[in-house]
Design a protein around this ligand. Structure first.
Ligand SMILES: *[C@@H]1O[C@H](CO)[C@@H](O)[C@H](O)[C@H]1NC(C)=O
Ligand SMILES: *[C@@H]1O[C@H](CO)[C@@H](O)[C@H](O)[C@H]1NC(C)=O
Length: 396
């Protein structure tokens, strides 16, 4: 497949002007229409209206801004990670020193956070740690989404803190993978970096049964590629040979695993979801070379393969992972592909050794757990994720 494209890698003056124009001219009417449509559809369908304002806002950004314009508006992943950790820990230390009741467990966790970055061998990716990796018994490798175009968002780091660190304070550390975004790198760069991250965690002595990994949207795509890599080592990525037993779990939130934009859930949810046919067609254009072979498809968009090939590809998954958790919203365009992926996992491994949990929630559209995190909430999707982790590792 094509390596990094030859497009300019920083936002040009023209790109900045066009961003300004889009924000001034396209944004106001689009936001108004998106908000009306998202809220009315949610209302008619009897879904809770919570988070649909943010959904409508993201719908504008994802549809109208280019990857470089999106990156221009958000701090890079590492910069945001450092500022979040510093801000949260200072605030928690302050709350602990001024409160005279019993300290809140949340504040104890936050007050101990430290910036801890391990650069991976390629020098362009790294593990950004939340929690003390020298003491934690369990590790979550987190692969954030954002179409491979957007850096990690506040919602991602809030989600990691709430769903994993608080699942059993002191016992879990999260390694957020900072990876190369498009157009700076295309497939298989991100897979190579995710494999390097997992390999690093394993070689530092963490046992497979103490590891889970996963992510949302494009991070779900990357999770799926990483599972494939454990099954059939990708020639360009570091082989993971130290896997004596399956990893404990993998989670895929609204995973992006197909380029097919004409399924029923696209038709039904184009208007309400933050993603749409137009967004995904454009994004696939940014991300994927035109001439995908069958082999490439298995790696990148497994649900585009014929059914039997999909099952053959994922056969043996039970030997590399014990629990899989796939979530999707009834109001999202990726609903069909998420459910289809779960079905393929189950059919290809129906020996009872692989536990596949699928949740489709009525009020949710794409990536709801992220939107809860963006709002700083411990919402339903966040609580369900925390529950899954607690159950899997036997936390009280
Ligand atoms: C899926 O994942 C690969 C990386 O493994 C990425 O390069 C590819 O573009 C992804 N596909 C889409 C449409 O996100
Ligand atoms: C996309 O999905 C629709 C509906 O399931 C199906 O009829 C169509 O054949 C699919 N297209 C491709 C290219 O797989």
């Amino acid at each position: 497949m094509a390596p990094a494209s030859s497009k300019p890698l920083t936002l040009s003056l023209l790109g900045k002007l066009s961003l300004l124009l889009k924000l001034l001219v396209i944004a106001p009417p689009t936001l108004l229409i998106n908000n009306l449509r998202c809220h009315l559809l949610a209302l008619f369908r009897g879904a809770s209206l919570k988070y649909y304002t943010l959904c409508a806002f993201n719908k504008f950004g994802l549809r109208h801004l280019t990857p470089l314009q999106l990156q221009h508006m958000k701090p890079p992943t590492i910069v945001y990670y450092k500022s979040w950790v510093r801000k949260q820990s200072i605030a928690a230390i302050k709350r602990l020193s001024t409160s005279n009741g019993t300290p809140k467990p949340e504040d104890l966790v936050l007050s101990e956070l430290k910036v801890d970055i391990e650069t991976l061998p390629d020098g362009a990716s790294s593990l950004l740690w939340l929690g003390d990796r020298t003491k934690a018994k369990k590790v979550v490798l987190f692969l954030h989404g954002g179409g491979y175009a957007i850096p990690m968002l506040p919602g991602h780091i809030n989600w990691c803190y709430r769903a994993y660190l608080l699942a059993s304070p002191g016992d879990v550390a999260v390694a957020i993978l900072q990876y190369t975004l498009v157009p700076h790198g295309q497939y298989p760069t991100q897979l190579r970096q995710a494999a390097a991250g997992l390999s690093h965690i394993l070689s530092s002595g963490v046992k497979p049964e103490n590891i889970i990994f996963g992510g949302d949207s494009a991070g779900g795509n990357l999770t799926c590629s990483l599972l494939s890599h454990l099954l059939h080592p990708h020639p360009d990525a570091v082989p993971i040979t130290s896997l004596a037993r399956p990893v404990a779990g993998a989670f895929l939130v609204s995973p992006w695993v197909s380029t097919n934009t004409s399924t029923a859930s696209y038709k039904k949810n184009n208007g309400i979801d933050m993603l749409s046919t137009a967004t995904i067609d454009t994004a696939c254009g940014h991300l994927l070379p035109k001439d995908l072979t069958e082999e490439d498809k298995a790696w990148v968009m497994p649900v585009d393969l014929p059914q039997e090939r999909q099952e053959a590809w994922f056969e043996g998954l039970d030997k590399v992972v014990s629990h899989v958790y796939i979530t999707a919203g009834e109001q999202e365009v990726f609903l069909d592909q998420s459910v289809q992926l779960a079905d393929v996992f189950k059919k290809a491994n129906n020996n009872g050794r692989l536990d596949v949990k699928v949740e489709v929630m009525k009020s949710e559209a794409h990536d709801w757990i992220l939107l809860e995190g963006e709002n700083g909430h411990d919402g339903d999707a966040t609580r369900r994720m925390r529950g899954w982790v607690k159950g899997l590792w036997g936390f009280k």
